[in-house]
Design a protein around this ligand. Sequence first.
Ligand code: MEV
Length: 423
Amino acid sequence: MKEINSKISGFYKLSVEERQKIIAEKADLNEDELNLLKNFGYFKSEQLDTMIENVIGSYQLPFGIACNFKINGKDFLIPMVIEEPSVVAAASNAARIARKQGGFQSNKVKAIMISQIQITNLKNIGDVEKEIIANKQKIIELANEKDPLLIKLGGGVIDIETRKFNTNYGDMLIVHLLVDVLDAMGANVVNTMAEAVSPYLEELTKGKIFLRIVSNLATHRLAKSKAIFDKELLGGEEVVDGILNAYEFARVDPYRAATHNKGIMNGIIALTLATGNDTRAIESGAHAYASLKGQYSPLTKYSKDDSGNLVGEIELPLALGIIGGMTKIHPMARLAIKILNIENTEELCQVTAALGLAQNVAALRALASEGIQKGHMGLHSRNIAKLAGTPDHLVEKVAKILVQDKKIRIDYAKEVLEKLTKN
Ligand code: MEV
């Protein structure tokens, strides 16, 4: 392995093409590899260059559609961007099962975001808290002045919360601005507001303010969805019991809860990404919410109804938007929102919660019955067949033999291919 010197001064000032050249030299890229970098897909290189720093190319992922979803009586085709096989099929399948009993019911979600302001160096935290509460209206007015359009459309700061902490650096008073951000994800809006009110808060409290930033634990923006999954379509009573046991396992054991929630996030993040939203914000919010009661817990819960059907529910914070960020800039994100046929961010949250629930039911159903590998293996075997150099017209055939013989390996795929092409 040759050593690469990663110190490149002024890399960000170069054009995309100049950066490609440098990286190609440093990383010994051949012509095909360099051409891959030069393929910007549906983007222009200038567009990419304004999105992040040090751009040298663009990166594609599969864009699929989960079918069969009925949510609050309306049908949805759900775009999903994900690299993992079986996820889209699994979601569609669980949605088909939920459909028999009317589909998903998702709650109303108000787009309330929290902006945190950290006040330190306080002499008497109790008095300061009272002072802030007494001047609540003034703080709200100052924050709202920053975004007249949001106020005109019916959004803005709706309330203030305070939280007190005793820390190794003394008492800290944390002020939360609760902001209705309407159709935005909201981080930019609330960060601006928190910065705007901070000089006044410092003057009022005689304290020192350090952080002024959105909280991704958006507990005032909780999305909830519920569905009944037909017992027979799930595979019978034993499968329902298996799912209830799987839920109980996740409820008592954080090691299992992490994987349980990972399955939920397979769906939620695939749609978050497809719509150009911030996947990291959604992930951190979900996992923080899952830990809020002191133990990392599942984001879904399950029970049985009187007929033995499975009743599933999900609840998690979803700070999604259909304006701002990448949502309007990225052509595929715009397309995803069009395919979704949603009216507003609230509907996007309702769909996303339902998708998370469907994804979880599908995973638990597979785990509680035939196991997850069987479903995975179909696509995986096709990938292995391709990697073994199988021509397109023989991929299905080779993949089938790999699954049949339970040997999904490249060396075996080569062996099968050789036999097939010899005859
Ligand atoms: C794999 O991406 C997701 C699962 O592991 C989820 C689960 O175990 O519930 C199948």
